[in-house]
Write a protein that binds this ligand. Structure first.
Ligand code: 5GP
Ligand code: ZN
Length: 174
């Protein structure tokens, strides 16, 4: 039987596979989009925040412990098809997550909020998302290492700590 990537028994060249991946990557739909699957509950995630419009959950391959992704629940592949009002709500939640990370018992001296829009900007999941990445003073080397060799950690445990930070904010009336 023919394998994916083979035609008449001949393996596809690497360049052909690359072009095929690019073509399919451009055609992500709400059905195939991994973040839409997470929103629907069809794929697992360690969630830290949810409201009617926005969801926040742990990145599966974190740059640092507590690395959180904040997404609009409604699919938008990039900034070009994201309603500005919804974008504002996503940013507001990202800001709150950043404050919650600082208030949590995780070691956090600072937070990077980052958004990649488009393949050239190194976007890999085509459903708009903001990364909230906890940082320590002098962590450049360990972050660089994690960027190169990212592996899953205990995401549920990290999520619990981030939720705890968010709860503390709420208790303080912030
Ligand atoms: P981008 O490269 O598009 O800025 O970021 C996409 C992020 O999504 C990456 O950091 C990657 O680890 C994360 N990611 C990819 N697939 C999944 C998944 O199935 N679950 C979760 N929680 N994160 C994912
Ligand atoms: Zn999506």
């Amino acid at each position: 039987m023919r394998q994916p990537g083979e035609r008449r028994g001949v393996p596809r060249s690497p360049i052909r596979c690359y072009l095929t991946r690019r073509r399919y990557a451009g055609a992500v739909t709400e059905v195939s989009c991994i973040f839409c699957q997470i929103v629907r509950g069809d794929a697992p995630s360690s969630q830290v925040y949810e409201d009617d419009d926005v969801l926040a959950f742990m990145d599966i391959r974190p740059f640092s412990t507590g690395h959180t992704l904040i997404i609009p629940k409604r699919h938008a592949s990039g900034l070009g098809d994201l309603e500005p009002e919804l974008g504002g709500k996503v940013f507001q939640v990202a800001q709150r997550i950043a404050l919650g990370l600082r208030r949590s018992s995780l070691p956090v001296d600072g937070v990077n909020l980052m958004l990649a829009d488009g393949r050239a900007a190194m976007q890999t999941v085509f459903h708009v998302h903001i990364h909230a990445v906890p940082r320590r003073h002098g962590d450049k080397l360990s972050i660089a290492k994690r960027v190169l060799m990212r592996r899953p950690t205990d995401l549920d445990e990290a999520a619990a700590l981030v939720r705890e930070g968010l709860d503390k904010l709420a208790t303080e009336g912030r």
